[in-house]
Design a protein around this ligand. Structure first.
Ligand SMILES: Nc1nc2c(c(CN[C@H]3C=C[C@H](O)[C@@H]3O)cn2[C@@H]2O[C@H](COP(=O)(O)O)[C@@H](O)[C@H]2O)c(=O)[nH]1
Length: 333
């Protein structure tokens, strides 16, 4: 049982606005066959380090799972300019800009991973956390406040106020008869849910993308996979994380071919409505194409490459491709 892959089986194939080019998939797989395809451990200064005397595996788990609940939308909707903030003498942009602010809050003793604190966070508290002296404000601030309040309430009511209790109570799997960590995040934490309904010839079908929840678990898997401090025994069940960068990178490599109407919308900077057919097709095609790319890549690799490794390889190219990402206003990515 894989919530994402099983649900995508129900989605239309082929799609109306996007064609997946299998030749281009083979070409990119060949190009990447000797790539390192590492599992990132995310050991930047903007993340907590479990080896610090003041930190622990639990504090890293709490930090990553709180932060990823608001890991979405970092580009100014008009200018496309990325949110950015300073930390440790460096400028961090986009998602890393968000993490820089969260780390700054931790350094200032703000208990942002404590459910009690989160459930009563005010708008001005969050404005202060994400205050930046340069560039655009972080988008969707109010949505971030609501999500953090909701996450805090759930943690207090069910999990002793912190995410490490969620992890310790879950099986060390993504999927495990409802007790896998991904299943629990999806079931117990509505802000982490990431699903939509798509019309098919057999009627409406619910499809799951689980982008932020999979990314959050993949970060912990990457950080601790060489130790027994946090295990995921079914890493092949990850899919790539369908945000606004991965589809654009696949488009750049001609793996995703958009029809004229979708091309015109994206290249003119028009918004594509969240949960519209076009937006859902972008996310469905991203995961379908990336899974096919994984299969091709694994023809060249003895030890099986997992989706987080492919995702990170692709994601790093986001600022060097000359195609434009789509714009949808959403809290899913
Ligand atoms: N597929 C995929 N999507 C990712 C990431 C990361 C990397 N950082 C995470 C890794 C560890 C921490 O958890 C960090 O947050 C962010 N994103 C997504 O991209 C968007 C931000 O893009 P830009 O505006 O250019 O910063 C936004 O939707 C964000 O959710 C990734 O690795 N893969």
């Amino acid at each position: 049982m894989n919530l994402v892959r099983d649900s995508l089986q129900q989605a239309p194939d082929p799609l109306d606005h996007i064609k997946i080019n299998n030749m281009a998939i083979s070409d990119l797989a060949f190009e990447l066959k000797n790539a390192k395809l590492e599992i990132p451990e995310w050991r930047h200064s903007i993340f907590l380090d479990e080896n610090d005397p003041d930190e622990s595996v639990e504090s890293v788990i709490n930090y990553i799972l709180v932060g990823n609940s608001i890991n979405f939308q970092f580009r100014d909707y008009e200018s496309g300019e990325k949110f950015r903030s300073e930390y440790n003498g460096q400028t961090w942009t986009g998602a890393f800009g968000m993490w820089a602010c969260l780390k700054r809050a931790c350094d200032n003793g703000i208990p942002i991973t404590n459910g009690e604190y989160l459930q009563s966070l005010s708008q001005s508290d969050v404005e202060n956390i994400f205050h930046t002296s340069s560039g655009p404000d972080i988008p969707l601030l109010n949505e971030r406040v609501k999500i953090l309040n909701q996450i805090g309430e759930i943690l207090v009511n069910k999990y002793d106020g912190n995410f490490s209790s969620v992890v310790s109570g879950a099986a060390s799997y993504l999927y495990h008869d409802g007790n896998g960590l991904l299943e629990i995040l999806n079931e117990d934490f509505p802000p982490y849910r990431d699903c939509a309904t798509i019309a098919t010839e057999h009627g409406d079908r619910e499809i799951h993308f689980l982008k932020r929840s999979q990314l959050a678990i993949a970060v912990l898997y990457g950080r601790f996979h060489e130790s027994n401090k946090f295990m995921i025994h079914d890493p092949m069940e990850f899919t790539v994380f369908s945000d606004y960068n991965i589809p654009n990178i696949l488009r750049y490599y001609d793996i995703l071919e958009y029809d004229r109407s979708l091309t015109e919308k994206i290249d003119s900077g028009e918004f594509i409505e969240e949960c519209s057919q076009m937006e859902l097709e972008l996310r469905i095609a991203t995961i379908r194409a990336a899974d096919r790319l994984l299969l091709k890549l694994n023809e060249y690799h003895e030890d099986q490459i997992t989706a987080p490794q492919l995702d990170w390889e692709l994601f790093q190219k986001r600022d060097s491709v000359d195609t434009k990402p789509h714009k949808s206003i959403t809290t899913n990515y």
